[in-house]
Design a protein around this ligand. Structure first.
Ligand code: BTN
Length: 325
């Protein structure tokens, strides 16, 4: 069975906006027999698509399954680069590990790694990342931007803006960003971003952007130690969220905003980031490896560095820290 044709048939049916498409029409469009079309329809049904066969009219998709398999994600995906290549595994230690490996083997810019569950999901500062099966989006995106390595940290901020836009689009929620990479709903974390770099003397070889998005968990789906600080889109909205739509939207905004950053710099994105930020203008405590500073977070620089003014009037540039508010 040619899975690419199955994918294209699913896409064709999804794009007919609930109208049935006849077997003959599909056969003509794809240059295959009606029996072959019927086999592809059976393949889609096996993958969890609910397809209605309307007498004398043809096939109509009633519902598509909410898995993160490439078939569902790429059907209706509105990007040109990001997500054209998807590596999907039902379970893995960490999508970051797979993405690093693929990048080393030459994976193309925009390759996405997706899984339903991770056994060793990792967060910033070597923390564990809780990745409940089929309840969230656990994904790593490989980018190969032609920019200097010192521009890598801003990709975390650009990613945060893309995720906030996607959550706003798919749900009615209005998330906030806590510098540098936490996305919050009602003060609790619903998303984390982990940006890792492969570089050499020639510059960035690959950026591996890991995204952990808590989507449909209930409180008890989280490890006990994070239950009071973590939340999911479902917990915040009271509604189950379609993970496929969410991934499609995240990939769309990732492509839009990373391209904007590469072409035009951080200016517009800095304004967007600050408009979503919960940190700016607030008193915060920044815990770093060697010291802790308290003060007012005044803004971020063009490089994405947090500007913290302490009570003695000094302005400090914070490159990496845990922020408490
Ligand atoms: C953080 O807030 O500390 C960052 C969390 C990043 C988690 C994601 S889930 C997908 C990818 N694979 C991992 O092992 N980590 C990232």
């Amino acid at each position: 069975m040619n899975i690419t044709v199955t994918l294209k048939i699913a896409k064709r049916l999804m794009e007919s906006n609930g109208e049935a498409v006849s077997g003959q029409q599909l056969a003509d469009e794809f240059g295959i027999s009606r029996t072959a079309i019927w086999k592809h329809i059976k393949e889609l049904e096996e993958k969890g698509y609910d397809i209605e066969s309307v007498k004398r009219k043809g096939y109509r998709i009633v519902t598509a399954p909410d898995t993160l398999e490439p078939l569902g994600i790429q059907t209706g995906l509105k990007t040109k680069r990001i997500g054209q290549e998807i590596e999907y595994v039902e379970s893995c230690a960490s999508t970051q590990i797979i993405a690093h490996q693929l990048a080393q083997e030459g994976a193309q810019d925009g390759t996405v790694v997706l899984t339903e569950t991770q056994t060793a999901g990792r967060g910033r500062m070597a923390r564990k990342w809780d990745s409940a099966a089929k309840k969230g989006v656990w994904m790593s995106i490989i980018l190969r931007p032609a920019v200097a390595p010192q521009k890598a940290p801003q990709f975390t901020l650009v990613t945060a803006v893309a995720i906030v836009r996607a959550i706003e689009e798919v749900t009615k929620l209005q998330p906030k960003i806590k510098w540098p990479n936490d996305i919050l709903l009602n003060g609790k974390k619903c998303t984390g971003i982990l940006t890792e770099l492969q570089s050499d003397a020639d510059g960035i070889q690959a950026l591996i952007i890991g995204i952990g998005l808590n989507v449909n968990q209930e409180k008890e789906d989280f490890d006990r130690e994070v239950q009071d600080i973590a939340t999911s889109l479902k917990m915040a909205s009271g509604e189950t969220v379609n993970r496929q739509k969410l991934v499609q939207s995240v990939l769309f905004y990732m492509e839009l905003y990373t391209q904007m950053y590469i072409d035009e710099g951080f200016g517009m994105l800095k304004i967007l980031w600050e408009s979503y930020s919960t940190t700016i203008g607030q008193p915060v405590r920044a815990r770093m490896t060697n010291q802790t500073l308290e003060g007012i977070a005044e803004g971020i620089t063009e490089e994405g560095v947090l500007q913290l003014r302490t009570s003695d009037g000094k302005l400090h540039g914070i490159y990496s820290a845990d922020i408490e508010m």
